[in-house]
Ligand binder design. Sequence first.
Ligand code: ADP
Ligand code: 5GP
Length: 220
Amino acid sequence: MRKSGVLLVVSGPSGVGKGTVIERVLARHSEVARSVSCTTRQPRPGEQDGREYRFVSLQEFRRMIAAGELLEYARVHQDLWYGTPRGPVEAALASGTDITLEIDYQGARSVRQLMGGRAALVFIAPPSWEELVRRLQGRSTESEDATARRLDSARKEFKHIGMFEYIVVNDDLDDAVTQLEAILEAERCRLNRTQWRQLQARLPFDKLTVLSNVEAQEED
Ligand code: ADP
Ligand code: 5GP
């Protein structure tokens, strides 16, 4: 019955486990697409161009902005640029495919402005600050300086938590995966994403307007 794809926007501080949680959810939902962002940061060992990110020069990033190829973009961690290519997101939504975006709070805000209620905004939070620091340091992917910048960015992320519809605390990984999956399912069931009117022929819908509570009680 569903028609329009879910645009699942996942934000949260670097090191909280966004990538890990999303990867697990996608492993169980091969029908869900994943947006691959462009970034001006250098690849980490093991990262592959086009898989984790598309790694581009600042010049290429600027070209993409000028050409309108990015749905949203932001400067993150002081000096790095990240952006969501527009094409794959638009293609997914047009074909009714669900798609996840792993982007920072600035990107989430832009997507909200552009897409309104079509986007579902999820914030992944750590169980404590100490645990976030432990995970970020434990991942050992950044220099001390780059880790400090990510912790600075984390403080900014927390300040904007109020704009999200959902929060998942990534304490136990299995619980976090279950919760993100539940959010995906809930979003799929939103009335405005479904062709519920097709049910009209098979069910006793005689009114297509949404009644207020008072009107509904009068009707009953
Ligand atoms: P992000 O994508 O948010 O930057 P990652 O997915 O890279 O974060 O995770 C950061 C580190 O935390 C990784 O080493 C990952 O294995 C670890 N991690 C993720 N989730 C959990 C969890 N629930 N408990 C313990 N460690 C976790
Ligand atoms: P890193 O992967 O370098 O540790 O952190 C990347 C940060 O930038 C994360 O907070 C991530 O959510 C954010 N990010 C990744 N891709 C995008 C994007 O396309 N747009 C925006 N606005 N943020 C992004």
